[in-house]
Each structure stands twice: as structure tokens, then as C-alpha cells.
Ligand binder design. Structure first.
Ligand code: GBH
Length: 474
């Protein structure tokens, strides 16, 4: 029998980025410093009952003061890229007008420190922290917010364009639109399906307007794209009713974005499915042309697939699958569709572990957007980590990461042009509606002392980054 040497690695392409990702509100804290004003997440987290245990991002993991140490941590782990987000309310507190220099200086300092350590900065412009004043003016359901976003993007592009090459306009617009305005489990917590659809369009438009604006201020080498959280939708059975449920969720989760972005039009079936809620007259002439412009890359965030079916007879009581912790659905016009769990291997989020979804996703996008490089801009898992003798041993997370990186490699071997992987997340952090109860970090954070302890998954990932590939076995 042929045995594989234990040192054998599954190699990734040269130059593949080994990164980690974070988001401003989840890690920075310092919410009242240097001119920052409230975002919708400050308001939401300070509203009783919205976030588990009343947790807020007021302090978070104090990254605003500990960024130098955190960059050193990344360097020690041998990471070659870092995806962070810029807090709009630090740069442009009211969402209008000139930039606050101290806000921009924080990110310039961070970027310079990353570059000094040979770590490629990837800047996300919007990871959900809309200035509260813009929400007061109507938020994403209002068209003007898209224009405000493009103006803010210009300010950040002018300030950091000489040193940041890769730009993500929006992180997961589906969450902003459908969790923020549909199910209400995310800020600003509104529960209005029609508003969620308007928000989705204005996020798309904001991406298009920001992309055009950034092309005007960034050097030609800049790479501009966005990060989506596509739903890898599978139907429970091949029954026509279940296949139709799959089609509807695919429209509301995926094609509402990829339609205008990649094809220049909203899908006809989506418009028909939501006709009871809206006539889509908020889409003005020329909008889809603004949205449909070349993408330098597509970022894909993946955690778990979605298994759907038509309503099954005999169900009673509130059904929360697919809705998060809300009685309001994030699926306007398709509220009755059921979500199923077919796999009991779950993370602490209760999300089934299924790496095949990631290879399917990457191959799907390579087919949909031929020639456009792909990045996995988020992938990772929450598990219940504990400190024992000053160390955190997390073999389940190692297994999750190994399997999903294997799926990325598999997609590359089958022709997908995947250029990098960003582990979610560098540090344990504020997990939105779950507060600090869920830990996604490769690095453990003691929330009392702010001490950072790399978990065994961090050590494992550092090895993978150093080798440029996966070990044959762990
Ligand atoms: C990402 O969101 C975020 O970008 C990141 O900030 C976050 O910390 C990380 O993942 C981990 O959660 O039950 O109907 O809401 C992922 C958000 C979670 C949205 C799963 C869809 C399932 C559908 N996704 N959710 S539903």
C-alpha cells in the first residue's frame, strides 16, 4: 500500500492569500472617541431585548486601542492578508459632510502597521454600522442613502487609496436588507418586507455608485468588489413544490443581488413572487446599468447551506428555522417556506457543518462570473471554547477549517479561480444579536482582561499559511 508521508501538504496556488477578517463594530469599542457618533448598531444594542444578555459593542475587544498588538498577533501567525472594515460613523459621523481626520488617521495607522509587517490590507467600507442620523432620515429603504454611501466611499478612497489596493464596498448586503429591515434581528430592527426589498435595491445602487466613485479616486491597480453571503440552497426533495421553494429562496437570497450585479436586471420571477408587497417602482431608469459594472473580484462568505421545502402539513407553533430569533420572516413574499436541518453535526451557532456547500458555491460563482477572481472573504465556526491551564484547545474548529479549506482546494482543482481565504474571525468578538456568547475567533479573548490567547486552531492555521497548504492529516 502507498502511504502518504505525514509532512505531505495539499498545496494552494502561489500567492494565495492566507487571511483573517473582522468588522469595526464587532471589535473596536471606543464608541465615543475621536468624534465617532452612534451607528444603528449602537442604538440597537442599547435597546433592551435586542441583543442577548444586553451586550453592546461599547468596549468590544478594545481593538481601537490594541490594534498594534493585534497586528503583531497576525504577523506572529504568519497571515498574509487582513480584511477589516471602516466605521462610517468615525469617518463621517452624520453620514454627510467632510471627513473627520482623527477617524481616518486610525485606519491609516492600522494600514501602515499591516504593510510594515507584510500583511495585505483589504478594506471593507460597510460592515453594517450605518450612521444613526442616516437611519433617522430613512436608512437603506431610502434612495439618498446610496448617494451618501458613495460620498463616504470617496472620502475613504482619497485617504487610503495610496496604500490599500483591495476594496470591498459592502459586506453581506442580504443581512443589511433582510435581517435589518425584514426579520429585524439586526439593526435597525425594522420588520417590513417591502422596506427590506427597497433596502436591497439601494444597497445594490450604493455599491454601483461607490464603485464608480472609487474608480475616480483610486489608482488604476485598485481592485474593487463586494462580499456576498450567498445561500447555498438545496431542496429537501425533488418534489416540484420543494424545487419551487428552492427557486424562491434562491431569488430572495442570491439573485436579488447577482441579477443586477452580473446580468443588469432583477429576475422576473422575484418581481412576480413579491408583487403583493411592491411594484418595484423604486428601481429607476439607469439604476441597473450603474449596478452592472465590472467587478475586479467577488468575495464570498460561507458558513452553512440552506435546505428548504414547501410547507409541510401538521406543523404547529412558532417556527424559527430560517428566521433567526424573530417571528418575522426575512423572506418577504415567501414566508411559508420551511427550512430543515438534515445534518446533526452542528457548530455552537447550531449551523450544520457541510464543506461541500463551499466548493459548490465557488464553482457556481466561477460559472456565473467567468474570469472574475473569487475570494472566500469569510468562513469559520463558533465553538464553546474554554481556557484550561492558560491554553484553548479547539480541535472542532481545526476540523471545520481543515474540511472547508479542503473544499476550497477542491474547487480550485476543478477550475475555480480562488485567490485567497479569510478566516472569520481573527479574534473572538461581538457576534451581533448573540453578543459575546458565541466565539468565532482563532484567538481567544478574555473579556475581563482583554488578554488574547491564540487557540490551537490559530497555531494550526499559522502552519497552513506557512506551508502554503494543508497537512495530509492532523
Ligand atoms: C457573517 O454573517 C458576518 O459578516 C459576520 O459579521 C458575522 O460575525 C459572521 O458571519 C458570523 O455570524 O437564520 O434566516 O438569519 C453571517 C450571517 C448567518 C446570515 C446565518 C444568514 C442564516 C439565515 N448569516 N443566517 S437566518
Amino acid at each position: 500500500a502507498i502511504t502518504t508521508a505525514p509532512t505531505a501538504v495539499t498545496r494552494f496556488p502561489a500567492g494565495f492569500l492566507w487571511g483573517s477578517a473582522t468588522a469595526s463594530y464587532q471589535i473596536e469599542g471606543a464608541v465615543r472617541e475621536d468624534g465617532r457618533t452612534p451607528s444603528i448598531w449602537d442604538t440597537f444594542s442599547h435597546t433592551p431585548g435586542k441583543v442577548l444578555n444586553g451586550d453592546t459593542g461599547d468596549v468590544a475587544v478594545d481593538h481601537y486601542h490594541r490594534w498594534r498588538d493585534d497586528v503583531r498577533l497576525m504577523a506572529d501567525l504568519g497571515l498574509t492578508a487582513y480584511r477589516f472594515s471602516v466605521a462610517w460613523p468615525r469617518v463621517q459621523p452624520t453620514g454627510r459632510g467632510p471627513a473627520v481626520q482623527r477617524g481616518l488617521d486610525f485606519y491609516r495607522g492600522l494600514v501602515d502597521e499591516l504593510l510594515a509587517h507584510g500583511i495585505k490590507p483589504v478594506a471593507t467600507l460597510y460592515h453594517w454600522d450605518l450612521p444613526q442620523e442616516l437611519e433617522n432620515a430613512g436608512g437603506w429603504p431610502v434612495r439618498d442613502t446610496a448617494h451618501r454611501f458613495a460620498e463616504y466611499a470617496t472620502l475613504v478612497g482619497e485617504a487610503l487609496g495610496d496604500r490599500v489596493e483591495q476594496w470591498v464596498t459592502l459586506n453581506e448586503p442580504w443581512c443589511s436588507a433582510f435581517l435589518g429591515y425584514g426579520s429585524g434581528v439586526h439593526a435597525p430592527g425594522r420588520t417590513d418586507g417591502a422596506a427590506a426589498l427597497r433596502a436591497a435595491h439601494h444597497l445594490n445602487l450604493g455599491h454601483g455608485l461607490a464603485t464608480s466613485a472609487l474608480r475616480g479616486v483610486l489608482p488604476g491597480r485598485a481592485q474593487i468588489g463586494l462580499s456576498l453571503n450567498p445561500s447555498v440552497v438545496r431542496s429537501l426533495t425533488d418534489d416540484p413544490a420543494d424545487l419551487d421553494a428552492k427557486r424562491r429562496i434562491d431569488a430572495l437570497a442570491n439573485r436579488v443581488f447577482t441579477g443586477p450585479l452580473l446580468k443588469g436586471a432583477y429576475p422576473e420571477d422575484l418581481i412576480a413572487d413579491t408583487a403583493r408587497l411592491t411594484d418595484w417602482s423604486f428601481v429607476q431608469d439607469g439604476d441597473t446599468g450603474i449596478i452592472h459594472q465590472p467587478l475586479d473580484f467577488i468575495g464570498l462568505n460561507y458558513y452553512t447551506p440552506a435546505i428548504v421545502s414547501a410547507p409541510r402539513a401538521g406543523r404547529t407553533g412558532p417556527r424559527r428555522d430560517g428566521h433567526g430569533a424573530s417571528d418575522h420572516s426575512p423572506w418577504p413574499g415567501s414566508e411559508e417556506i420551511e427550512f430543515h436541518r438534515v445534518n446533526e453535526d452542528v457548530t455552537a451557532m447550531d449551523w450544520p457543518v457541510d464543506p461541500t456547500g463551499l466548493s459548490d458555491l465557488l464553482l457556481d460563482y466561477s460559472a456565473q462570473a467567468p474570469g472574475v477572481p473569487l475570494y472566500v472573504t469569510e468562513n469559520g465556526a463558533a465553538y464553546e471554547d474554554t481556557v484550561v491551564d492558560g491554553a484553548v484547545h479547539d480541535p472542532e474548529r481545526v476540523r471545520y477549517l481543515h474540511a472547508h479549506l479542503g473544499a476550497v482546494h477542491d474547487a480550485i482543482a476543478r477550475g475555480a479561480d480562488v485567490r485567497g481565504y479569510f478566516l472569520w474571525s481573527l479574534l473572538d468578538n461581538f457576534e451581533w444579536a448573540y453578543g459575546y456568547s458565541k466565539r468565532f475567533g482563532a484567538v481567544y479573548v478574555d473579556y475581563e482582561t482583554q488578554q488574547r490567547i491564540p487557540k490551537s486552531s490559530a497555531t494550526w492555521y499559522a502552519q497552513v499559511a506557512r506551508n502554503g497548504g494543508l497537512p495530509a492529516q492532523d
